[in-house]
Design a protein around this ligand. Structure first.
Ligand SMILES: [Zn+2]
Length: 395
């Protein structure tokens, strides 16, 4: 009997031993169905679960040739980055689509990107918008209302309205661009009132002046606290963005959506952001980790943890946590949450880290790796708007 190449590949032993017998064909058919059945069951379970797509949010600020500081990017580099996104076949979401995905009303067939631009510099209108339009890509502007119509590099409400009418989402970046987690000697009541003003008034002003529904905020400097998140949610922000670069999944929190802040002179940030290949050693296993896979974080002494649900049933006591440069960590496994974790006590010196979680399941070793980057300066010092370049003390 002559076998198609496919079956020779899948069943090399069957080919040599069985197919010379009279019942060869029947065995082949039975084996084929046994082989295909478990996959079919897994597939139908997949369909009822939330999608496994990952979404990356990119954060930009100014566009100028040549860029005068890291927060500015040249028009040619921006153009090349958008081409790269397209070349990789990544879908660029509008904010409406992103919200629909967060709320489980849009299922993504593959990984995707959301493009955001902060502060409200006129170069967004003059330089970035024509390039984005050329590529047919939707995007989001996060503006702080005190910076609109102040002359110089600021935008006018007419320009913002024009963008909104053309489909650009105009959203909030607060009223004053203050670090919202800093109380500055305010009493509880004063602080809450001030937060309410920053969050609710920016929402109201933008929706009135730009004529757009406002339901997303990018926290200035990416800084927030539990109180900031609470007030923002109460005011009506469904999406709250920070600056910890990470791959978002359906499990990410809507009150803490990380973004990669793209800086000129740091091409590795953009590269890391749009690299969805990942280093997961088990295809299909998506673990909920801290820091998130591909994250840029500011804390040099992070909690490293992984929820092990993606591995299925694991052998008791078999979970291990490893870190590049350290080896196996004396990590703690919590059976109630199925999470293994370890808090780094000293400061991690290197910028780039790879964490590994390993378990045994039915005596077989399974493992998964993920990378993260520590860059404190990038996250907390670089995000001062240009007109405040000399007053960094506030953050
Ligand atoms: Zn800003």
């Amino acid at each position: 009997m002559k076998l198609p190449a496919f079956f020779k590949l899948q069943f090399p032993l069957l080919h040599s031993s069985i197919f010379h017998s009279a019942n060869g064909l029947a065995v082949l058919v039975a084996t084929f169905f046994l082989w295909i059945l478990p996959k079919t069951v897994i597939f139908s379970q997949e369909m009822s679960r939330p999608d496994t797509a990952r979404v990356v949010v990119l954060g930009y600020h100014r566009f100028e040739d040549p860029p005068r500081d890291p927060l500015a990017i040249s028009s040619s580099e921006f153009d090349a980055q958008l081409s790269e996104i397209k070349a990789r076949g990544l879908r660029v979401l509008s904010l409406e689509e992103f919200l629909a995905w967060r709320q489980g009303n849009l299922r993504l067939a593959g990984d995707a990107v959301l493009i955001t631009i902060d502060d409200g510099y006129v170069s967004c209108y003059n330089v970035a918008w024509p390039i984005l339009r050329k590529h047919g890509m939707p995007f989001v502007m996060f503006v702080y209302t005190n910076y609109v119509e102040k002359g110089g590099k600021t935008m006018t409400w007419a320009q913002l309205r024009e963008m909104q009418q053309a489909g650009v989402a105009i959203q909030s970046h607060s009223v004053s661009h203050s670090a919202l987690d800093v109380r500055k000697g305010r009493s509880d009541e004063e602080y809450r009132n001030w937060l309410h003003h920053e969050l609710a008034d920016s929402m109201r002003i933008i929706s009135e002046k730009a004529g757009a529904p406002v339901y997303a905020i990018a926290f200035p400097y990416g800084r927030f606290s539990r109180t900031v998140q609470e007030v923002a949610s109460a005011v009506g922000y469904k999406l709250q963005f920070t600056v910890v670069g990470q791959k978002l999944t359906s499990a990410s929190k809507d009150e803490e959506l990380g973004r990669y802040v793209v800086l000129s002179g740091k091409p590795e940030i953009f590269k890391t952001a749009i690299n969805f290949g990942g280093s997961m050693t088990l295809p299909g296993v998506v673990l909920e980790t801290q820091p998130a896979a591909g994250a840029y974080i500011g804390d040099p002494s992070p909690l490293i943890s992984a929820k092990l649900d993606g591995f299925g049933k694991i052998d008791p006591g078999s979970a291990e946590l490893w870190l590049s440069g350290f080896g196996k960590l004396p990590a703690v496994y919590d059976p109630t949450t199925n999470t293994i974790s370890f808090k780094i006590r000293d400061r991690l010196r290197a910028a780039q880290h790879t964490a590994r979680v390993a378990v045994k399941s039915g005596g077989k070793r399974l493992q998964s790796d993920w990378d993260f980057v520590i860059d404190r300066k990038l996250l907390f010092d670089a995000l001062v708007p240009e007109n405040e370049g000399t007053s960094k003390t506030r953050s």
